[in-house]
Design a protein around this ligand. Sequence first.
Ligand SMILES: C[S@@+](CC[C@H](N)C(=O)[O-])C[C@H]1O[C@@H](n2cnc3c(N)ncnc32)[C@H](O)[C@@H]1O
Length: 309
Amino acid sequence: MTASARTANRKPAVPASARAAVTDRVKLVVGDTRDALRDIDDGTFHCCVTSPPYWGLRDYGYEGQIGAEATIDAYVQSLVEVFRDVRRVLREDGTLWLNIGDAYTSGNRTWRDTDKKNPARAMTYRPPTPKGLKPKDLIGLPWRIAFALQADGWFLRSDIVWYKPNCQPESVKDRPTQAHEYLFLLTKSQDYYYDAAAIRETTKDGRGSRNRRSVWEVSTEPYAGAHFAVFPRSLVRPCILAGSPRDGLVLDPFFGSGTVGAVCLEVGRQCVGIELKAEYADLARERLRNVLDGATERALASRGRAALR
Ligand SMILES: C[S@@+](CC[C@H](N)C(=O)[O-])C[C@H]1O[C@@H](n2cnc3c(N)ncnc32)[C@H](O)[C@@H]1O
């Protein structure tokens, strides 16, 4: 079979009925999430699935960007404030699925040189070793954030370990290579929408199914479209399936390349994404258009690479 015949035979990822409605089903707001959230009514979304900018990791080139705070406490406070507004725009039975990785203190290095393979990792600064921590300390960012959100009123319901079998190799010899990140399930109320049946997992012997466990093995999916912190669709899919009914409304306040929007289109949900960087918003728009056209992510990734050259 030729490649074009294969393409012709491939079932589009999104039913034709949804194609015309792309702008109705996925809305993209370009701007600071702190401003954009203010314009959204209380109780709008079934769930929020997101991965915020990490602390001290990437320079998005914006004054006042989240993640460039001088201290960990200031960073955690920025996130608490964003997610307080996210809680407001969630329905009473809404859930927040928050992906966040950890980091090590910089050992008092104050800048990071350009990484040719990964230009977004070049920083114009590195935060100094935080007070109370030592060089080489693991910061424990995910749990600091989770506890701060809990203290702010969220119900902390689950810590899901995202195990990455294809994690980045590290040159360290004095600790294990980090192969996981966290995904926290936080809720607005004690009782909430959670479709356990939609995300049951297969038992080890392959003969039955069981309630989803809290360790998810998901390979990273590099997306070459100029964005380097893209989370894999297989990580996002269970969150959306468990957190929203068909045609439900999902929020990602840090949209990046639009992974949450792409999965929403694939599984028949609606989505609002907010992204600060116009360049990433363009990328997300193109990605969503391509999902509607049934293009594969692999094809999209290579087109992203081409666009970068
Ligand atoms: C970790 S990335 C999210 C990647 C996304 N999950 C994906 O799969 O592509 C964080 C994103 O938040 C955006 N961002 C940073 N500060 C923001 C702000 N104040 N308002 C909206 N977006 C912001 C960054 O430009 C970046 O695209």
